[in-house]
Design a protein around this ligand. Structure first.
Ligand code: ZN
Length: 187
């Protein structure tokens, strides 16, 4: 699976109310999301991540939620990872204070033209990269449900594609393929 991606930086403004506090992340929280629309952008591409930024994250009328990364893997387009916040900033994505104050939130788009397997692998690779950067153990890569009980990421929790346990295995394989087995912290 090709897990290469382009990092698209769309950091929320410094004075954004969605920047809650500073943190040192010790967990990674996995989400799925959809805009509920397949509208193409003005350039003819999809670029759903741009829409999330413009219509949700940077919209003053929306709820006070945010997350750090959004994985977008559309058919016939290269994979993209949008970054909306630095990884040392607290934001509200997990549904519980503990999750919000200790974890990096990674959303994965699940639109009709999402190449789901590629999106899952890119999300796993990004998780492995963040594990390495912050010495986060594999057991601290958790579903949104872990914090709040919400059925997210819904498809993986329902056993679709690789399922949740399969996702963790992919994270592990991605980690080992990039950094070798020696630095992997399991628990
Ligand atoms: Zn979620």
């Amino acid at each position: 699976m090709n897990t290469n991606y382009t990092l698209v930086s769309r950091l929320l403004p410094q004075d954004s109310p969605r920047r809650i506090d500073k943190m040192t992340p010790t967990y990674i929280t996995i989400h799925e999301t959809s805009l509920g629309t397949d509208t193409k952008d003005t350039k003819g591409g999809t670029m759903y991540g741009e829409k999330h930024y413009e219509e949700v994250l940077n919209n003053p009328n929306e709820r006070n939620v945010a997350y750090h990364f959004l994985v977008e893997a559309n058919y016939n387009e290269p994979s993209r990872v949008y970054q909306f916040l630095p990884t040392n900033v607290v934001c509200y994505h997990a549904g519980s204070p503990e999750g919000n104050y200790h974890s990096i939130g990674i959303e994965r788009l699940v639109n009709s033209d999402t190449n789901m397997w590629r999106a899952i692998y890119v999300q796993a690779r990004l998780s492995a990269e963040l594990m390495k950067e912050y010495n986060i153990p594999l057991s601290h890569v958790v579903p949104h449900k872990f914090w709040s009980g919400k059925e997210c990421p819904g498809r993986l929790l329902a056993g679709m594609y690789c399922g949740w346990n399969g996702f963790v295995e992919i994270v592990k394989k991605e980690y080992i393929s990039m950094y070798g087995p020696d630095n992997l912290i399991n628990t």
